[in-house]
Structures are given as structure tokens and as C-alpha cells.
Design a protein around this ligand. Structure first.
Ligand code: SF4
Length: 308
């Protein structure tokens, strides 16, 4: 459904150049949920905005169902790719009723509204009378349900979910995650699910891509990534998460990644993770490792696997 080839996005900051997305290539199959994880500032959201064309690429190409859309403003294609935003508080206009918020994308695209507001409210688990109310009358979880209904109004095929649960209370996160999972199955949707909560990404995703300083460092089917992570950064990310089983959590030593990621304005030479990697070798500070296939659907960018 989606093919990305050598996608790069740079921003000018004064006289300097910030590379937010650095030569990224991948595909997403129809019906797949690709999880995208990494620390904040690693370029995940910029990549999402490039796919929904809120940003234009500096280099590289994006294809949707085989058609290049990198710089397209085709209205029909716009409808097929939609985004769910991280902050339901900021993404809904407080002066509009829920009815107006959900019907707005249809009005903009000059499409008939019919009973779609009622249908969408029902689909996302909100009562019919929600339509006449304003966003401030709802809880965080309910606001995100409104955001999801709005994103579905144009009947998209591909949804970019940009940390859709991270701003919510922990007790609500699982409800919204299972709503997204149900909608994906019922409506046969394809997702790019951006998050920093690895446990949630595993629960939802078919495959997971790990991003560091604008580039993919590892991509693999979810179970494979959790059972046999290859990249030292992925290993550290997994070692730093909470285990749901309290007994296992008590027994193991949690490891945290030391230091902060380098500024994307001044990335280190060679491997971008070399300044924090416990396994760094002399070559790591000179030569940037390429993303190479190690096993079935498992790719990694690390010099530890050069000889395999
Ligand atoms: Fe660590 Fe070197 Fe691999 Fe980079 S290439 S992750 S520095 S071992």
C-alpha cells in the first residue's frame, strides 16, 4: 500500500541544516500495522507528516498503491490517507460542536454528509447526543474518540496514528488501543502506529521499525524484534521497559540508555548511535552502517553484523 524510497527531510535553522529524516526506505502492506518507535526528537512525527503530506520531502519518493504522491495535492488521494494526532486537547477546535468537527472534512471535500456523524459516533463508542456538545465537555479518552471519528469521516485506507494514546491516562490508553485495533480489523485499515511505548507497539503491530536520529536502525516482525533484537539500541530500549509480570519485573535488572541522543544539527560521524553504544568499535566512529537484511523480514544497521 505504501512504499517509501530514500526519503529525506531537512529543515534550515539559521545557517545550519537539521536532518529530521535521513534516507529512509520501507514498505507497508495492505492491512498491516507497522509500529514506529524511538525517543522523542528522532524524526518519527516528521516521517508521519511526510506520509500525510503535511510536510514535503527534501529528497526521495512516497508511493501509495503504486502511484507517486510525494508532492501530490490530489484531493482524492488526500482522503485515502488520514492522521490521528497525539494531543486530542489541541487537535479539536474548542468552538466547534462534535457534529461540526466530524462533518468538516466532508464539507471541505464537498461530499454528502447524510447520517455519517451518527454512524461514526457509534463506531467509536460515543452516544448520539455527543454530536451537539463541545470538546471541553469530554474526557481525554472521549476527545481522542472524537479525533478518531473525524479521521475516519473520509473513509481512509491508511491511517497514521501519531502517539494517539501517549497523552491519555494509563487507565484509558488500553481502551483507545483496543478501539484502534477493532477499527483496523472491521474497516480493513492499514496503520503506521507511532509510539514510544514499546509494550503497546508490540500489542498492536505486525512489524516494528526502530528509529534513531532520523534513520531506521532495525525493522522486524514484532515477535522477532522482542525475542531476538539485534541492534544495541533496540536491546537497550527493550531492557528499559516495564514487564507486565510483576515477578519477572522484580527479578530482572532494568538497564537504561545512558546520555541524551546527539543533536540532529550535529550528528556524530559514522554510526549515529556510536556516542551511546556500549558495543561501539573503532569502525563505528568512521563508517555509517547500512541497513542490511539478516533474516526473513529482519533488517539491521550495525557493524556487528557486517560479516554475516
Ligand atoms: Fe554500536 Fe557500532 Fe553497531 Fe553503531 S555500528 S550500534 S556503534 S556496534
Amino acid at each position: 500500500m505504501i512504499e517509501v524510497q530514500n526519503l529525506t527531510k531537512t529543515f534550515s535553522i539559521g545557517k545550519e541544516k537539521l536532518t529530521a529524516v535521513n534516507n529512509v526506505s520501507f514498505q507497508i502492506e495492505p492491512g498491516e500495522i507497522l509500529g514506529l518507535v524511538g525517543e522523542s526528537g528522532c524524526g518519527k512525527s516528521t516521517l508521519g507528516k511526510l506520509l500525510v503530506r503535511l510536510e514535503r520531502p527534501t529528497e526521495g519518493k512516497i508511493f501509495f498503491e503504486g502511484k507517486e504522491i510525494s508532492n501530490s495535492s490530489d484531493r482524492h488521494l488526500c482522503r485515502k490517507i488520514q492522521m490521528i494526532f497525539q494531543d486530542p486537547f489541541a487537535s479539536l477546535n474548542p468552538r466547534m460542536t462534535v457534529d461540526a468537527l466530524i462533518r468538516e472534512p466532508l464539507v471541505v471535500h464537498r461530499l454528502p454528509v447524510g447520517h455519517i456523524v451518527e454512524e461514526l459516533l457509534d463506531l467509536v463508542g460515543l452516544p448520539k447526543n455527543a454530536a451537539s456538545r463541545f470538546p471541553h465537555e469530554f474526557s481525554g479518552g472521549q476527545k481522542q474518540r472524537i479525533g478518531i471519528a473525524r479521521a475516519l469521516a473520509l473513509k481512509p485506507q491508511f491511517l497514521i496514528c501519531d502517539e494517539p494514546i501517549s497523552a491519555l491516562d494509563v487507565s484509558i490508553q488500553a481502551q483507545i488501543a483496543s478501539l484502534l485495533q477493532r477499527l483496523q480489523k472491521e474497516l480493513n485499515l492499514t496503520y503506521l502506529f507511532i509510539a514510544h511505548d514499546l509494550a503497546m507497539v508490540r500489542y498492536l503491530s505486525t512489524r516494528i521499525a526502530v528509529m534513531y536520529l532520523g534513520a531506521f536502525v532495525e525493522i522486524a516482525p514484532s515477535d522477532m524484534l522482542f525475542e531476538k533484537p539485534l541492534h544495541p539500541y533496540t536491546e537497550l530500549l527493550l531492557a528499559s521497559i516495564h514487564l507486565p509480570n510483576p515477578e519477572l519485573e522484580r527479578k530482572r535488572t532494568r538497564v537504561f540508555i545512558s546520555g541524551d541522543p546527539p543533536s540532529p544539527l550535529h550528528p556524530p560521524p559514522g554510526c549515529p548511535f556510536s556516542t551511546r553504544c556500549p558495543k561501539a568499535m573503532p569502525i563505528c566512529r568512521i563508517e555509517r552502517p547500512k541497513l542490511v537484511q539478516i533474516g526473513e523480514g529482519h533488517e539491521v544497521a550495525c557493524h556487528l553484523y557486517d560479516e554475516l
